[in-house]
Design a protein around this ligand. Structure first.
Ligand code: HEC
Length: 100
């Protein structure tokens, strides 16, 4: 019974974790230092990124690759360093960014 409760608890934590794909996730991973929904910072806005990748059928995969491996030359001269610590959240972040 105890194991079942622990399992249910773990599942609910996991579920709420994926529903958490939001501004909080971007803040937690340090993305908000360089990105904002609509205010230009060091990096392009989430809106610009969503607009630029809208036509890409594999947009989410493209964004995951940019997040984990870094990106450069697509928006300007400043490159984005790889965000290795965000690897576990990259898919959720990519999905959320494309909703802008
Ligand atoms: C040090 C500043 C910095 C941080 C921190 C940062 N970025 Fe970026 N990001 C940039 C810059 C600059 C670009 C534009 C690169 C280019 O011109 O190709 C960019 C581009 C991107 C792109 C566009 C990729 C594409 O192919 O269109 C995505 C998606 C992105 N960042 C997501 C994130 C996420 C998610 C995080 C947090 C895990 C993050 N960034 C953290 C600076 C940053």
């Amino acid at each position: 019974m105890k194991a079942l409760t622990a399992l249910a608890l773990a599942a609910s934590v996991l579920l709420s974790g994926s529903a958490f794909a939001s501004a909080d996730l971007a803040k937690k991973n340090g993305c908000a230092v360089c990105h904002d929904a609509s205010a230009k910072k060091v990096g392009p806005t989430w809106k610009d990124i969503a607009a630029k990748n809208k036509a890409d059928k594999n947009a989410e995969a493209t964004l995951v690759a940019a997040i984990t491996k870094g990106a450069k030359g697509k928006y300007g001269k400043i490159p984005m360093p790889p965000q290795a610590k965000a690897t576990g959240d990259a898919a959720a972040l990519a999905k959320w960014i494309m909703t802008h």
